[in-house]
Ligand binder design. Structure first.
Ligand code: NAD
Length: 435
């Protein structure tokens, strides 16, 4: 199959590289010339484990190429995927669909043959209808079938998730479109690693939001239980294990922490609420999740302050981990941003460190001193705060950390360490949801 990916970001680049690894011929298009130039030099514009090798192998095999030219990109395609961003629209929280609609128009104006158009971007239910209207208007007389194929990969494990997904969701009622999608995903069904679920287009669009809202709910649920644990003298990690071993509940997404962030959950839960509002079918649980999570991020800043006896003025605080989760450089809506701002508002001097996120962090954080090394960040600090549980911070020499600090306090927002091991090393340890 000849596949074109419009948008070569976290999703487009990983999907394009994986499709080419399946044996398809893939062209990745992006209008960001710097991104394409970087990819042509073999330099990845994002950090994602394993991606550089996957891209290099498939470029060498002649199956994967990059361009800024949408016309050349779509000319011979059997299927064109839209993988552009759908951020929150400024001011109202609706998904901003302007990139999707612009891409649809550009594709329709560029195609020279009948083609399958697949929306991989996360878009509100009904968006496919509007995309269909746009392409009909831009390319009258041409058959452009519009389908939905939401993406569920997680940054940090994106290649594994794409190649071994729990399921693939394809939304279309059109048999010819289904056949093309079957061919595209055949390598997955061949080794029976993933069921390909065919649904109507609107259903597929909604599945993506329902999945993200449910996962955000699980995280928020355990975060509130963590607060209750603190008040009641119970341990949230044990509660989490105790409920998660029940197969009906499951163990994943039950880790208490500083609240969900990232490029998906915050904007997708908000957009889902807007859809529900528009359709007068309120989602009260999701409303509560959004509001609880919003307040949690700053509350984590207050938690650090409380551990410092309420006084952070002029004090040095080391923040370990800035990205919204480990193994990515993505800083979008990272809880670290709100935590750091709350601490800066209280007068603290922030020294931060992150294995891959510093370049992105510089764009969103002001007056922070960055360090490559956690011990350097902690030197002379009055508190160390673990915000993101990178592997590099899981086996720190705690005694060395304690020795380098002015006052040996660790606020561990991911419960990476136990109180006992921290205490043995001379650190006062404050975790989340601990008695
Ligand atoms: P991103 O911002 O990393 O990448 C989007 C890319 O699209 C950018 O490089 C941009 O330059 C390019 N672009 C925009 N308009 C274009 C056009 N007309 N022609 C060519 N290129 C264009 O975004 P992302 O994180 O990859 O997310 C893409 C979509 O996938 C979003 O809808 C998101 O919600 C969804 N999604 C993201 C993830 C994730 O983990 N990042 C997971 C699942 C789904």
């Amino acid at each position: 199959m000849r596949i074109t990916m419009i948008g070569t970001g976290y999703v487009g680049l990983v999907s394009g590289a994986c499709f080419s690894d399946f044996g398809h011929e893939v062209i990745c298009v992006d209008k960001d010339a710097a991104k394409i130039a970087s990819l042509e030099r073999g330099v990845m514009p994002i950090y994602e484990p394993g991606l550089d090798a996957l891209v290099a192998t498939n470029v060498r095999a002649g199956r994967l190429s990059f361009t800024t030219d949408v016309v050349a990109g779509v000319a011979d395609a059997d299927a064109v995927f839209i993988a552009v961003g759908t951020p929150s629209r400024r001011g109202d929280g609706h998904a901003d669909l302007s990139y999707v609609f612009a891409a649809a128009r550009e594709i329709a104006e560029a195609v020279t043959r009948d083609v399958l158009l697949v929306t991989k971007s996360t878009v509100p239910v009904g968006t496919g209808d509007e995309v269909e209207r746009i392409v009909r208007e831009a390319a009258p007389g041409r058959t452009i079938r519009v389908s939905s194929n939401p993406e569920f990969l997680r940054e940090g494990a994106a290649i594994e998730d794409f190649k071994r997904p729990d399921r693939v969701v394809c939304g279309t009622d059109d048999e010819a479109a289904r056949e093309v999608l079957r061919q595209i995903y055949r390598p997955l069904s061949l080794n029976q690693s993933a069921p390909v679920l065919f649904t109507g287009r609107r259903t597929a669009e909604l599945i993506k939001y329902a999945a993200n809202a449910f996962l955000a709910t699980k995280i928020t649920f355990i975060n509130e239980i963590a607060d209750l644990c603190e008040a009641a003298g119970a341990d949230v990690q044990e509660v989490s294990r105790g409920i998660g071993l029940d197969n009906r509940i499951g163990r994943k997404f039950l880790h208490a922490g500083p609240g969900y962030g990232g490029s998906c959950f915050p904007k997708d839960t908000l957009a889902l609420l807007k859809t529900a509002e528009d359709l007068q079918s309120p989602l009260r649980i999701v409303e509560a999740v959004v509001s609880v999570n919003d307040s949690r991020k700053r509350a984590m800043g207050r938690k650090v302050l409380k551990a410092m006896d309420g006084d952070a003025r002029g004090k040095r605080i080391a923040v370990l981990g800035l990205t919204f989760k480990p193994n990515t450089d993505d800083m979008r809506d990272s809880p670290a941003i709100a935590v750091i701002q709350a601490l800066q508002d209280a007068g603290a001097d922030i020294h931060a460190c992150d294995p891959e996120g510093i370049e992105q962090a510089r764009k969103v954080l002001q007056n922070v001193e960055f360090h490559a090394d956690p011990y350097a960040a902690a030197e002379g600090a009055d508190a160390v705060v673990i915000v993101t549980e990178w592997d590099a911070y899981r086996a720190l020499d705690l005694a060395r950390l304690a020795r380098t600090m002015a006052s040996p306090l660790m606020v561990d927002l991911r419960n990476v360490y136990t109180r006992e091991e921290a205490q043995r090393a001379g650190l006062t340890h404050v975790g989340v949801g601990k008695p």
